[in-house]
Write a protein that binds this ligand. Structure first.
Ligand SMILES: Cc1cc2nc3c(=O)[nH]c(=O)nc-3n(C[C@H](O)[C@H](O)[C@H](O)COP(=O)(O)OP(=O)(O)OC[C@H]3O[C@@H](n4cnc5c(N)ncnc54)[C@H](O)[C@@H]3O)c2cc1C
Ligand code: SF4
Ligand code: SF4
Length: 357
């Protein structure tokens, strides 16, 4: 957290207040950085390619059960409200970056908004372009897009966010047996994604907790390889799930889903971790816990701004004197809390850089 008095000191340095930071992306990383900079008296322009703010997390549902399960979705809502009313932050939606010229500390940037083109000057460019969520169609054995009752965690979030209820897409009925498949698109050599997406164990367990609270009669099963802890309250969340007799944590990943388009008895086969034998079970809703991948256009932005990447394709921080900074999940999988911490640290680095320009 940046203390307000420290913030005022930086903002009062001659010249700093006039400097404009161009922020690419209005996800939680981009808007948190803009808010932190504004506390320090530094103005910014947020460029967002979509027609709304908040990035991927803007459509996440509240996953509270009898208590808050600390998913951070409401924090994103609050930050969106805050950034929209804060002075010194200009927001351009449905806008993308065009040509860039000038030098670090004095970039001249072309912006395309709809059919219009405009220009602005920026002292610093912050890349907070986030991630793509894994496309579950790349795992055809799970039948996403083929079986209506196989959905992704993103679909479930959107359903809960919009309707407040969990329903089977095939017939709009409340399901009775839900399976969560972990590590979909992560830690998977067959698709070359070796990284752990870090957030999906926690979000799936929170979903299960929230669903069991809302529908005490539903059985849920969680199929996993390893459980990746995340956040301070993770252990108590996991323990609560373990204690619930209608939540089954099964250390095995199903190989395939069998059924037909509208099937409410989707069959899955997996190795029973207790007996070691192959076993089969039926579910009427399967949720694929998809992970995060570098954005499809990550190379384009990297080439334009000379941002280095790691071997997985996520961004690394460029040298600080380049005037280009990077923040949030575009540097690698992290949750909302982790993105906020990173954004606050980046805002401090930017203020320091501007103080020296
Ligand atoms: C299925 C799923 C569920 C999750 N659930 C949770 C959860 O419950 N709790 C939690 O803490 N975390 C959760 N996460 C993680 C969470 O999504 C990330 O932590 C968060 O979205 C990262 O924010 P960000 O700002 O870095 O990126 P993003 O949210 O990806 O935002 C980036 C923004 O940049 C914009 N953009 C991209 N390129 C450009 C460009 N060239 N020009 C202009 N704009 C651009 C995008 O349109 C987007 O709005 C989940 C992740 C997944 C995969
Ligand atoms: S569960 Fe998530 S959205 Fe709901 S109150 Fe807690 S942090 Fe906020
Ligand atoms: S967080 Fe859990 S589900 Fe996600 S990739 Fe890591 S181990 Fe797999």
């Amino acid at each position: 957290m940046i203390e307000p008095n420290k913030a005022v000191t930086v903002g009062q340095r001659p010249g700093v207040a006039d400097q404009n930071v161009l922020i690419l992306g209005s996800g939680i990383a981009g808007i948190t950085t803009a808010l932190e900079l504004s506390e320090m008296g530094i103005s910014s322009t947020i460029l967002e390619r979509r027609d709304r703010l908040g990035g991927q997390a803007a459509v996440f549902a509240c996953k509270a059960s009898e208590k808050c399960n600390k998913c951070f979705a409401c924090v994103v809502d609050n930050q969106i409200q805050e950034v929209s009313r804060r002075s010194g932050i200009r927001i351009l939606t449905e806008s993308t970056l065009g040509k860039i010229s000038g030098d670090p500390g004095r970039f001249k940037v072309q912006i395309q908004s709809g059919g219009n083109e405009s220009r602005l000057e920026a002292s610093v460019i912050l890349v907070a372009t986030g991630v793509d969520f894994f496309n579950a169609r790349q795992k055809p054995e799970y039948g996403y897009g083929l079986f209506q009752n196989v959905i992704t965690a993103q679909d479930l979030d959107e359903m809960l966010h919009a309707k407040g209820r969990v329903l089977r897409p095939s017939d709009g009925q409340v399901p009775s047996r839900i399976a969560f498949f972990q590590c979909v698109g992560s830690r998977d050599e067959t698709i070359g994604h070796l990284w752990c997406s870090k957030v999906c164990c926690a979000y799936a367990l929170r979903f299960m907790k929230a669903i069991r609270h809302q529908y005490p009669e539903i059985e849920t099963s969680f199929f996993y390889i390893d459980i990746q802890p995340l956040g301070r309250s993770f252990e108590s969340l996991l323990e609560a799930c373990r204690q619930d007799e209608r939540m089954h944590l099964i250390r095995s990943l199903p190989s395939k889903v069998y059924g037909h388009r509208t099937s409410t008895d989707l069959r899955i086969r997996f190795i029973d971790p207790v007996s070691g034998g192959i076993t089969e079970e039926g579910f009427d809703l399967i949720v694929l816990s998809i992970g995060m991948t570098p954005r499809e256009d990550a190379d384009q932005v990297a080439d334009l701004l000379h941002v280095p990447k790691n071997e997985e394709g996520f961004y690394r921080s460029p040298p600080p004197d380049s005037g280009i900074f990077v923040s949030g999940a575009c540097k690698g999988p992290r949750d909302i809390g982790g993105s906020i911490i990173d954004a606050k640290a980046t805002a401090r680095e930017i203020a320091q850089y501007l103080g020296g320009v």
